[in-house]
Design a protein around this ligand. Structure first.
Ligand SMILES: Cc1cc2nc3c(=O)[nH]c(=O)nc-3n(C[C@H](O)[C@H](O)[C@H](O)COP(=O)(O)OP(=O)(O)OC[C@H]3O[C@@H](n4cnc5c(N)ncnc54)[C@H](O)[C@@H]3O)c2cc1C
Length: 354
């Protein structure tokens, strides 16, 4: 009976039962969703909210599964966001405003925008996942964060079914953080589905080049004023050389956030470990390289069962084949303890553990 009440009268069914989630998470961890609803348009969210049974059950929103660690079969109804659409919404004298459906692959949006002549997202090329998840942890790479380009986000409340447009100013963006990830007062984690995202790409385009690896590319090639397309290509090259391809080795990208400490704390750590890699931040705090600390504790290549620390980059945990979520979590906890033991710093995980 469940199917008839939620599935639309025409078109493919939205609700599926007993769905294998292994292909839907980039770590390739095993789990089965009792109920999964495909969200192909905003109205599908309201169908779920209005459904007499599904409306009352807890829900988990799934994008591309590139920032989650599945440790068990989820009890929640899984809402798999697949809303399509890419378009130029408006061209203003000072910016292009583009809009994408939450289910569009992030990299597809970046590629499309460059090809259409709307530059500004090139530094974020090749980040896995969907457009709808990008604001959740304010994705960032190579000197650019999503918040630098976000105009507004369309959301639907999972309790009331009410739609709202949230401008960037209310999204409480921080380092790998936003209101969509926060659970405290006013936090929207798990409460709202992002259905559509708009970006503001400033004119005239200015390249973001301050990052060491990009400077190295400029020096190597002798190109001192690269185009957006050139930066896009460089970023893709750099990332392919550095990070494991989830299509070949299961992983969720950086497993830990880089901890941010005060100058005083940093001085203390440097006193003990002069080699520690660190970056001064504009607000006077210091960002420490978590990967360096994990490597310094001797974790590169170490494993718990089939979950291992990537040989080329200690910040990334990988699936050597048939790893289980529990093995990934045990490995992560052991790393956190040893980093705390040596540096007195508690590493925070970046992916959502569930
Ligand atoms: C190889 C690799 C490299 C990576 N590199 C980077 C990087 O450079 N920078 C970076 O910031 N991240 C990086 N990541 C992490 C990841 O790609 C991003 O966090 C991405 O935005 C996650 O998107 P997703 O669709 O896979 O989200 P999922 O993993 O499906 O979900 C992540 C979280 O977002 C929520 N969510 C998903 N969709 C929605 C929605 N429509 N509405 C509301 N909530 C939603 C989920 O409930 C969950 O809490 C990398 C990951 C991998 C595997």
């Amino acid at each position: 009976m469940l199917e008839y009440a939620v599935n639309p009268p025409n078109g493919p069914p939205l609700l599926e039962q007993g769905v294998n989630l292994k292909p839907y998470n980039t770590f390739g961890l095993p789990a089965v969703a009792q109920r999964l609803v495909r969200i192909r348009e905003a109205a599908d969210v309201r169908r779920v909210v209005d459904h007499p049974l599904l409306g009352r059950l807890p829900k988990f929103i799934l994008g591309g599964g590139s920032n989650i660690v599945l440790t068990k079969d989820p009890d929640e109804v899984v809402l798999k966001v697949e809303i399509p659409g890419l378009r130029l919404l408006e061209e203003r004298p000072d910016a292009w405003i583009i809009e994408a459906g939450a289910g569009v692959a992030w990299h597809e949006l970046v590629q499309w925008s460059i090809e259409q002549g709307y530059p500004g997202l090139e530094n974020l090329a090749l980040i896995p996942g969907t457009v709808g998840a990008a604001p959740v942890q304010n994705i960032g790479a190579y000197g650019l964060e999503l918040k630098d380009r976000l105009e507004s986000v369309d959301v639907i409340d999972l309790v009331t079914g009410r739609a709202a447009v949230l401008p960037a100013s209310v999204c409480r963006f921080g380092y790998r953080d936003s209101v969509f990830k926060q659970t405290g007062f006013g936090g929207l984690a798990g409460k709202s589905v992002i259905t559509r995202v708009r970006f503001r790409l400033p004119k005239p385009w200015q390249p973001v080049l301050g990052y060491l690896e990009l400077e190295r590319k400029m020096a190597e090639t002798g190109i001192s004023a690269p185009s957006a397309r050139q930066i896009f290509d460089w970023i893709c090259e750099i990332r392919r050389a550095k990070l494991p391809d989830p299509g070949k080795i299961g992983n969720a990208g950086s497993f830990f956030k880089n901890p941010v400490v005060s100058e005083e704390q940093c001085r203390d750590i440097i006193g003990r470990d002069p080699g520690i890699v660190h970056y001064p931040m504009p607000d006077g705090t210091i960002k420490l390289a978590a990967g360096w600390m994990i490597d310094a504790c001797g974790w590169k290549g170490k494993a718990v069962g089939n979950a291992a620390v990537y040989e080329k980059q200690a910040l990334v945990l990988v699936n050597r084949g048939d790893a289980r979520g529990a093995e990934v979590v045990t490995l992560a906890r052991a790393i956190q303890e040893s980093v705390y033991g040596r540096f007195g710093i508690r590493l925070e995980t970046e992916p959502v553990l569930m």
